[in-house]
Design a protein around this ligand. Structure first.
Ligand code: ZN
Ligand code: ZN
Length: 142
């Protein structure tokens, strides 16, 4: 595998802010939490979890909104596209939105988090594990 093919680029809607993630993400998951729902104005969002050191940014630096203590949500200051999620609980990590990748089909989601907050009318039927909270330790829900 060459360095070129293992690089996964992405950008916001207006392309002012761009990123390049090196290699495959550590995990890919759908998040149903209310904060993500409001931050993305979508019923569910999908994250690709990377190490911060694996992601390079170019163009205009993302702006940051602290949506709760210790949580930073990055977005394009020009067009408003959500670009990343960071939490002090995982200081080496950065979660990118898979939908902002140039090829969102490059990686497959592996599980759902905060499924307990999923909107009742949203049906995905993908058979993936569904965790009530932020991870497997929170227990599975139907
Ligand atoms: Zn933009
Ligand atoms: Zn969320």
């Amino acid at each position: 595998m060459t360095e070129q093919t293992d690089r996964h680029g992405g950008h916001c809607l207006c392309r002012a802010t761009r990123f390049a993630a090196q290699g495959a993400p550590d995990w890919v998951a759908h998040c149903h939490c209310e904060s993500c729902r409001r931050a993305t104005a979508s019923p569910v969002t999908t994250f690709a979890g990377y190490k911060d050191a694996a992601v390079n940014w170019s163009g205009e630096a993302p702006r940051v909104f602290n949506s709760s203590p210790g949580v930073a949500r990055g977005f394009c200051g020009r067009c408003g596209t959500p670009l990343f999620y960071r939490t002090e609980r995982r200081p080496e990590d950065i979660d990118l939105y898979l939908s902002t990748f140039e090829d969102p089909t490059a990686f497959e989601p592996q599980f759902h988090v905060f499924a307990a907050e999923q909107l009742a009318w949203l049906r995905m039927g993908d058979g993936l594990p569904r965790y009530a909270g932020g991870g497997a330790d929170s227990g599975e829900v139907d």
